[in-house]
Design a protein around this ligand. Structure first.
Ligand code: PEP
Length: 249
């Protein structure tokens, strides 16, 4: 069965609640596409107004992070159950900015993935290599390690429902996109790794995005590759260009 394309915006720490509502209105008609899942992953404070703003449209709402504990004394954190109750369907886990600035390691990310799935959220699990790692020739080893660690104890059925985002760190916010062949090579290797850990059917079902300076001009070629099922989009998700990524010309 063909995989359905998924294009998700990662708004990062941008957009006040009122700006978020205005952006939803600006993008509303531009992101209509029956064949694509469109997701806005927004800052926690924007979740409630954005869920309201996209009601009746094709857009789903995602969070940018969550904590793995059920509830309790974890000041400043947000649980999977809270996200679910607020109308969130997706959650980004393991973005390189969280791995780097907030020192989130694979053991923690594994707990987050499992908790998100248990709560009925779809994780968008990010992985990716640094420029140094690419130049050392260890990209595929590194990505395989991240995938294997982050998916410990996750069932095949759960993995089949997930989204994995390949985001080379050197391409994030830099304007330097991986070539479509570079992106396809790694996305294909991720799928092969899933087949190795689980089975072919799970590997065929899991959706794999590319992320890293995707824009309206390069989306068509990237998404045309057999193992790339859409994109995770930072900068370009905050402007009208996002419509061209959802509907590449
Ligand atoms: C991201 O942060 O997930 C991302 C891909 O950012 P950008 O599109 O700006 O490179």
């Amino acid at each position: 069965m063909a995989r359905r394309r998924i294009v998700a915006g990662n708004w990062k720490m941008n957009m006040t609640p009122s700006e978020a509502v205005a952006l939803c209105a600006q993008l509303k008609d531009l992101v209509v596409n029956d064949e694509v899942d469109v997701v806005y992953c927004v800052p926690a404070i924007d979740i409630v107004p954005v869920v309201e703003a996209v009601k009746g449209t094709n857009v789903k709402v995602g969070a940018e992070n969550m904590y793995f504990e059920e509830k309790g004394a974890y000041t400043g954190e947000i649980s999977a159950a809270m996200l679910k109750d607020a109308g969130v369907e997706y959650v980004i886990i393991g973005h390189s900015e969280r791995r780097d600035y907030f020192k989130e390691d694979d053991a923690l990310l594994n707990k987050k993935v499992k908790k998100a799935l248990e709560a009925g959220l779809t994780p968008i699990l990010c992985c990716g290599e640094s420029l140094e790692q690419r130049e050392m020739g260890i990209t595929l080893d590194w990505i395989r390690m991240q995938i294997k660690c982050d998916l410990q104890g996750v069932t095949a059925e759960q993995v089949a429902s997930m989204v994995i985002a390949y985001e080379p760190i050197w391409a994030i916010g830099t304007g330097k996109t991986a070539t479509s062949d570079q992106a396809e090579e790694v996305c294909g290797a991720i799928r092969a790794c899933i087949a190795e850990i689980y089975d072919e059917a799970t590997a065929e079902a899991v959706r794999i995005q590319y992320g890293g300076s995707v824009n309206g001009g390069n989306a068509k070629e990237l998404f045309g590759k057999p193992d790339i099922d859409g994109g995770l989009v930072g900068g370009a998700s905050l402007k009208a260009d996002f419509g061209k990524i959802v509907n590449p010309e």
